[in-house]
Each structure stands twice: as structure tokens, then as C-alpha cells.
Design a protein around this ligand. Structure first.
Ligand SMILES: Nc1nc2c(c(=O)[nH]1)N[C@H]1C(S)=C(S)[C@@H](COP(=O)(O)OP(=O)(O)OC[C@H]3O[C@@H](n4cnc5c(=O)[nH]c(N)nc54)[C@H](O)[C@@H]3O)O[C@H]1N2
Ligand SMILES: Nc1nc2c(c(=O)[nH]1)N[C@H]1C(S)=C(S)[C@@H](COP(=O)(O)OP(=O)(O)OC[C@H]3O[C@@H](n4cnc5c(=O)[nH]c(N)nc54)[C@H](O)[C@@H]3O)O[C@H]1N2
Ligand SMILES: [Mo]
Length: 766
């Protein structure tokens, strides 16, 4: 392995520097080296005592919820002493860092300069410390006090021609309490414009599951994973993105489960895993996790699951009792599932008939199957249809509402599922009526903008104010050039944030940064709540002293804004709903009481969230009740969209490296894939490189080809010969977002197709 490049590259914004070095990919994930790497990252930025104090509280009862992923914690005594992972440690360190972004920093760095910095550099500057404003025409942020900042936002919102000219974005780290108040604020003000990171993430899962099983959430618990006999992991890289999931897979495997990985990339961790939380992790080669690896082509999953379903029907490996009692649509499904066209299936999947039959046989023979998936499925053109096809297969086998079986969309952000439960969605939630009645206002009925439509609306001048509760909209969204221009065109951008990021340096005419407390920090004696990927709700309480005395909690910021914009219950006016903002901010239990009244499943919230918390009802999982219009689970017939990949082109997917959390770049390495010191790489199979006559290690521009004819170019990527599926390529997000056309979205969910972009590689002179 060559040595680390001395300087980072910089996203092509300013000037180019040396490319990264490339070594052998790793077969083994985690293990002691993994947690040690996490700890050293954490301890160096947090200070040793502070770091140890923070890390000991992660995911413990009475502590805070890890700000990393949404994978659940085992209940009570089942929690490992250290219920976190290397990447959880990095997420904590990123927030608990001792570095600070002060008013002096903003005085020294004009926005035009900051805009040329990399995402990595911006994040490394540390925690935001006080409210800042960029006034119209200025090239610097300057301090502003909280009252003036809040009044300015309220005035701007009151001045809009319609509430629909404002957008209220949310990222999935926000607590249930803050999320509930944020949507309440937006809707009482008069709009459903509540896009969120889900629109780019598991929206496709939510749409497909709601349609087929009546609820847009996964149907398994952690105990089900432990008890499963067959676990199929599709389009997911848990070794990096959900490392604690490997512990659960390992436990299932020890109890006899077979594990199948379906992925264009042979991801470390699915191949071999060392459990860092056990002594055995210190020794030996670890547990090989995946028994079967199907190296599928990007976008091939719909064809795969359709073929598998057809085989099961052909073999009559169907749980007829389940199908008869609990489903509708089987006859049409069976009629459509004629014997598969093997030539077309192999072309779409890159898999042999034998491989597909092996998977179907495993499904036919398994008494308890779980299918897990993440972004490899949801960010495809046919994402919704693909997930519906997985539901078909699970329904055929009666694998819902049975121990050790079910559907498991593995969520991303630690509270992204909870935010949706709290009504962060661009349509009125099912319980809009109850909320309106409880607070005395009429919830607007018109659908609002999701993420992609919010960008279009800003671009077209229909939105004048953009407010974000967390996240990094400018960097997370597709079509970077279009999105940045859209953000710059509005009158006001407001970001409630913990750390400096790209969105702050792509300001509207007036732009505010409102700095908030993070999960790790003490918020007086208040706690908040979150919901994990398996619908378990529990409390989260930070303990570290806040990064600055000027920070406010998200709850305090949202309530302050609500009060300034809409007035407080103590001073109601006839035309404005009277909401108890001051009471909300003073005691979050008041918010939880309102949630208990309004949101189903939260009865007696305050009492039940004490201790280990509680699991929300899930009718299909709990009682094989399907809250669809027919009251039954629905078989669907799905047809793939033909996506033409012209000769000499590749299908590019964008992935996370091991050293990033979405747009937060912890470091420039991707240890498991053998990359060091840089992120501008494109992974291509050796066979494709031969065919294209492009040498490994050379520099190329990656150019995306889309129907609108607009040229989208990501300059100067280093080519890495890598064992990905032929015809496919991979690069890191957010550097590659410039290549994702805004209009290239999944049918039915409008999720950007960040995993399915037709590209060509243009060699450039090194
Ligand atoms: N450390 C860390 N943890 C995280 C995050 C992070 O950035 N860093 N992000 C969080 C968030 S918000 C989310 S949503 C999750 C994301 O978790 P993942 O979904 O695991 O994240 P990605 O890196 O997007 O990986 C997608 C996987 O799908 C595969 N894939 C791509 N295209 C296809 C396809 O067509 N078919 C199949 N079968 N597979 C395909 C890719 O090779 C890759 O292994 O992780 C969460 N946890
Ligand atoms: N090409 C491509 N694009 C993608 C994806 C992909 O796979 N490929 N993945 C998509 C997915 S799955 C997702 S979820 C989105 C993510 O989109 P976002 O959720 O918008 O982005 P993040 O990078 O997670 O947001 C990071 C920022 O959140 C702020 N932050 C951190 N903690 C807190 C907190 O406690 N409170 C507040 N208020 N702010 C906080 C910090 O300022 C930090 O800079 O990106 C999507 N974009
Ligand atoms: Mo996500």
C-alpha cells in the first residue's frame, strides 16, 4: 500500500491536488482495529476525559441515542457494555469536538472563500457557536442576537405572498419533540411544504410498503433478526453504514441462519466480520457472514425478484393458507409470473439461472426469512416496483407476522423514521384532523413540495424562503449546479445546524445560521425521544457541557420561531391559532402530552418512554392485520422500465466511504475498499477498463448522459480497477451529485436515482 497523499483534494472547486493512493480492498470488517480507529479519531478531537465520558453514554439507558445510524439497541440487559461502533464513535467525535467556529472565524473567511473549500475542510472547523447573519450583498457572516434573528425570520415569513412560498426542510437527526413542533409550526402557518431527507432515502420503501402491507415501516424486531433462518441483505453496506447490524447477523448465523448478500460490490463485513465487542474479535479470522454472494448489476433487482417469484409459483412453493387468508391479487400475480425469460433476466441481473434458482430454493426451504435492504434499492428508477416485488416474494411464503421473518428496510439517520411518525412529510398526515382539532386550526389540505419539487420551486421562483432543521440540503441533493443556483435565488435561507457545512456557504439573499445543541449535550434537565429502524421509541439525554453558552436546543429554536410568527397561547388573536410555544420550550413533557393526544400509538407517552421505552404498534407484524383499503396485503404486478445504456457507457452508483456520514466527511480514507487520502475516485471493473482502453490509475472526467442533453461533468476522477459488477461503476456522494439529473427520479417516490446514472468516462491528461 502506498503512503497517504499529503493534501486532500477539494471537490474540484478551487484547484486540483494529488490523487489518492489505492491498495487492496479488505475482506474483514470491524474487529479491534475498527473500534480502535474510531476511538483514536474520537479521543483526539474530543479530549481524552471528555471523549471517554461521551462514548460511555452512547446507546445506554439514561444516555443519548447514537447520532449515527438507526439500527436498534438490544433491550436492557442485552446491551453490550459499549453499544456503539467505530462509526458511531466518529459521529460522536464529530459533534463533541473541541474545535469552534467563532465570529472571528467568519470575520477572517469571506463566504466566497468558504464556498471553494471542500466539505471535509468545512466540517473540520468545529462547532458553530452563535447565531450569524449574512446580510444582502455581504460577503461575510456577522453576529446577530437570537431575538433579532428570530424576529427577522418571522417578519420575512409574514411578508410572503402565501405560506406556500416557504419550505421547511428536516434532516433525520431531529428529535421527535422538535420534529412534531416543526411540522406544527409549518402547518399552523399554512403550508405542507415539509420536504425531508427521507425523500432522498427510504421514500421508495415507504411508498411500496404502504401500498402493499398498509404501513410504511419494516415488520421485524431485533429478536426476529436473531431468530431468522434466512437473511437476504440487498443493496446495503452494513460494515460501514450499520456496523452493529453485523453483530445481529453474526448472532443469527451462530443460531443457524443462512445469509445471502446481493450487491454489485463485494462489501467488507458481509464477507467476513470480527465482533469488536467480544473477546473472540481479538482472535481468528472472524465469522464469514454471507454464505452466498450474488453480484448483481446495478438496477437488476426487480428482474431478480420477479424471476425468484416466478420460480416459487412454478414450484408451488406457496403458503396457500397465508395467501388465502391475508392477501388479495394473487391470481393476477400468478398469471403474470409466467416462466421467466432467462435471457432477459440474465441480461438485467448479470446472474446465472443457477444462481437465481439457488436463491429461490433457499427461500422455498426457509421457515423464517427476512429481507433487509437500503439505498441500493431505494435510489433506483424502479425502486418502488422492486420493493413491491420483494413484498410479493415474502407474501408468497407467508413471511409477515411470523417470528424470525419479515421485511426490513434498514433506515439511515438515527431518527428519520421518528420524524416521519411525527408528521414530517409533504402531505397532511393521517392524523391531521386530530391535530387541527386539538390545537384549534385547520391543517392545509394541499400537498406540499418534497425535496426534488422544492428545488424546482426555488429554481422557478415559486419559493422565496428556505428553512432547514438540520441537514445539509445543498450537498445532499442532486444536480448540484441547479440546486445551488436555486438556493442562491431565494430571499431567505435559515439553517439550524451544529456544524458548518456547504449549505451555509450557498446563501440566499439573506442567510441565517442558527446554532443548536447536539445529542451529546446536556439540555438543562430535559430529554428528548427518538424512534429506531424497528419502531422502538426511547429517551435520549445528553450529558456533555454545550459547545457554547449561546447555543439553543432545537426545541427552543422552533418554539421561539413559532411564538414570534404565530403568537403564544397566552396571547391568542382571532386570526392566529394559539399554540403554547412557551410551555413547549419550558418543558418537553408538554410536547409529549400533545403528541400522545394527536399521534396514534403514543398513548401515555411520558410514562411509557421511561426506562427502555416501548415499541410502536405495527399491525402486520403484531397480528397479520393489514391496514390497506381491502384490509389485506396486496400482491402487485410490476414491469421494469427499460433503461438504455448505450455501448461504451457505464451505470454509475454513488456510495458512502467508510469515513463519512452523508455529507459530513470524517476523513479521506475508505479503509475497506483500500482507498487512502482522497475521494475523487471511480471504481470500474477490470473487464470494462480493458474494453474502454482506460488504464487503471488514470484520470478521467465522469460525464453523465441524460435526456435533457445538459452536460453534467465531474472533473478529474482517478480510475480504480475494482471487482464491481461489469457494466457498473461507483463513486462517492456528495462529490458525484453533480452528475445526478434533478429530473431523474424513482417512479412513484420521486427519489433521485443516485444509484443509477448513465455515464461515460473521458480520459484527461494527468
Ligand atoms: N457511517 C455511516 N453510517 C451511515 C451513513 C453514513 O453516511 N455513514 N448514512 C446513513 C444513512 S442516511 C443511510 S440512508 C444509510 C445508508 O446505508 P447504505 O444503503 O448501506 O449506504 P450506501 O453507501 O448508499 O450503500 C448502498 C449499497 O447498495 C449497493 N448497491 C448499489 N446499487 C445497487 C443495486 O442496483 N442493487 C443492489 N442489490 N445493490 C446496489 C452498493 O454497492 C452499496 O453496497 O446509512 C446510514 N448510516
Ligand atoms: N448522490 C447521493 N446523494 C444522496 C445519497 C446517496 O446515497 N447518493 N443519500 C441520500 C440520503 S440516504 C440522505 S439521508 C441524505 C442526507 O441529507 P441530510 O440529512 O440533509 O444531510 P447530512 O449530511 O446528514 O446533514 C449533515 C448536517 O447536519 C447538521 N447536524 C448534525 N447534527 C445535527 C443536530 O443534532 N441538529 C441539527 N439541527 N443539525 C445537525 C450538521 O450541520 C451537518 O453538517 O442525502 C441523500 N443524498
Ligand atoms: Mo439516508
Amino acid at each position: 500500500m502506498a503512503t497517504r497523499a499529503p493534501r486532500e483534494d477539494n471537490g474540484g472547486r478551487d484547484h486540483e491536488v494529488r490523487p489518492p493512493s489505492v491498495g487492496e480492498p479488505k475482506a474483514v470488517a470491524a474487529g479491534v482495529a475498527g473500534v480502535a480507529a474510531g476511538l483514536s479519531a474520537g479521543l483526539s478531537q474530543m479530549g481524552v476525559r471528555r471523549g471517554a465520558r461521551a462514548l460511555l453514554r452512547v446507546n445506554q439507558v439514561g444516555g443519548f441515542d447514537c447520532p449515527g445510524c438507526a439500527w436498534p439497541e438490544p433491550a436492557g440487559a442485552g446491551r453490550a457494555h459499549a453499544e456503539f461502533c467505530e462509526n458511531g464513535a466518529k459521529a460522536v467525535a464529530e459533534e463533541a469536538t473541541l474545535r469552534r467556529v467563532t465570529r472571528g472565524f467568519f470575520a477572517a473567511h469571506p463566504i466566497s472563500e468558504l464556498a471553494r473549500r471542500t466539505d471535509h475542510w468545512l466540517g473540520q472547523q468545529g462547532r458553530l457557536t452563535e447565531p450569524m447573519i449574512r446580510r444582502a450583498g455581504a460577503d461575510h457572516y456577522e453576529p446577530i442576537d437570537w431575538d433579532a434573528a428570530v424576529a427577522l425570520v418571522a417578519d420575512a415569513l409574514r411578508g410572503l405572498a402565501s405560506p406556500d412560498e416557504a419550505v421547511f426542510y428536516t434532516s433525520g437527526r431531529t428529535s421527535n419533540e422538535a420534529a412534531f413542533c416543526w411540522q406544527l409550526l409549518a402547518r399552523a402557518y399554512g403550508t405542507n411544504n415539509l420536504p425531508d431527507c427521507s425523500n432522498m432515502c427510504h421514500e421508495s420503501s415507504g411508498v411500496a410498503l404502504t401500498e402493499t402491507i398498509g404501513i410504511g415501516k419494516g415488520s421485524v424486531t431485533l429478536d426476529d433478526i436473531h431468530a431468522a433462518k434466512l437473511i437476504v441483505v440487498v443493496g446495503q453496506n452494513p460494515g460501514t453504514n450499520h456496523p452493529r447490524m453485523l453483530t445481529a447477523l453474526e448472532r443469527a448465523k451462530r443460531a443457524g441462519a443462512t445469509i445471502v448478500a446481493i450487491n454489485p460490490l463485494p462489501e467488507a463485513g458481509l464477507i467476513r466480520f470480527k465482533n469488536p465487542q467480544k473477546a473472540s474479535g481479538l482472535l481468528g479470522a472472524g465469522t464469514p457472514l454471507a454464505d452466498h454472494f450474488l453480484q448483481i448489476k446495478v438496477g437488476g433487482d426487480l428482474a431478480l425478484f420477479a424471476a425468484v417469484g416466478a420460480l416459487l409459483v412454478g414450484w408451488d412453493a406457496v403458503d396457500h393458507a397465508f395467501v388465502d387468508a391475508y392477501t388479495v391479487g394473487f391470481d393476477s400475480y400468478r398469471d403474470a409470473a409466467r416462466s421467466p425469460d432467462w435471457a432477459a433476466t440474465s441480461a438485467a441481473t448479470g446472474l446465472t439461472r443457477e444462481q437465481i434458482e439457488t436463491l429461490a430454493r433457499l427461500l422455498a426451504d426457509s421457515p423464517a426469512t427476512i429481507v433487509c435492504w437500503a439505498m441500493g434499492l431505494t435510489q433506483q428508477r424502479d425502486a418502488v416496483a422492486t420493493i413491491r416485488e420483494i413484498v410479493n416474494v415474502q407474501l408468497l411464503r407467508g413471511m409477515i407476522g411470523r417470528p424470525g421473518a419479515g421485511l426490513c428496510p434498514v433506515r439511515g439517520h438515527s431518527n428519520v423514521q421518528g420524524d416521519r411518525t411525527m408528521g414530517i412529510v409533504e402531505r397532511p398526515p393521517a392524523w391531521a384532523g386530530a391535530m387541527g382539532e386539538f390545537f384549534g386550526f385547520t391543517v392545509p389540505g394541499a400537498h406540499g413540495y418534497d425535496t426534488v419539487n422544492a428545488i424546482r420551486a426555488m429554481r422557478d421562483g415559486r419559493v422565496r424562503a428556505f428553512l432547514a432543521l438540520g441537514g445539509n440540503f445543498a450537498a445532499a441533493t442532486p444536480d448540484t449546479a441547479v440546486t445551488e443556483a436555486a438556493l442562491r435565488s431565494v430571499d431567505l435561507t435559515v439553517h439550524v445546524s451544529t456544524k458548518l457545512n456547504r449549505s451555509h456557504v450557498v446563501p440566499g439573499r439573506v442567510s441565517l445560521i442558527l446554532p443548536c445543541l447536539g445529542r451529546t449535550e446536556a439540555d438543562g434537565d430535559q430529554f428528548v425521544t427518538v424512534e429506531d429502524s424497528m419502531s422502538a421509541v426511547h429517551a435520549s439525554r445528553g450529558h456533555l457541557p454545550p459547545a457554547s453558552p449561546h447555543l439553543r436546543s432545537e426545541m427552543a429554536i422552533v418554539a421561539g420561531l413559532g411564538r414570534a410568527l404565530l403568537g403564544d397561547a397566552s396571547a391568542p388573536t382571532p386570526e392566529r391559532p394559539a399554540l403554547p410555544w412557551a410551555d413547549f420550550a419550558a418543558d418537553y413533557a408538554v410536547v409529549r402530552r400533545a403528541i400522545a393526544e394527536v399521534v396514534p400509538g403514543f398513548e401515555d407517552f411520558e410514562a411509557r418512554v421511561a426506562g427502555d421505552g416501548f415499541t410502536l404498534p405495527h399491525p402486520p407484524r403484531d397480528a397479520r392485520r393489514f391496514p390497506t383499503p381491502s384490509g389485506r396485503a396486496v400482491f402487485t404486478v410490476n414491469r421494469p422500465t427499460a433503461l438504455a445504456v448505450p455501448p461504451g457507457r457505464l451505470l454509475l452508483q454513488t456510495v458512502r466511504s467508510h469515513d463519512q456520514y452523508n455529507t459530513t466527511i470524517y476523513g479521506l480514507d475508505d479503509r475497506y475498499r483500500g482507498i487512502r487520502g482522497g475521494r475523487r475516485v471511480v471504481f470500474v471493473s477490470p473487464a470494462d477498463l480493458d474494453a474502454l482502453a482506460i488504464p487503471d490509475g488514470s484520470l478521467v472526467d465522469v460525464v453523465s448522459e441524460w435526456a435533457d442533453g445538459v452536460e453534467r461533468r465531474a472533473p478529474r476522477f482517478r480510475v480504480v480497477a475494482y471487482p464491481t459488477a461489469p457494466g457498473c461503476a461507483a463513486a462517492y456522494f456528495p462529490e458525484a451529485n453533480v452528475l445526478v439529473p434533478l429530473d431523474s427520479t424513482a417512479d412513484g417516490s420521486n427519489t433521485p436515482t443516485s444509484k443509477q446514472i448513465v455515464v461515460r468516462l473521458e480520459p484527461v491528461d494527468g
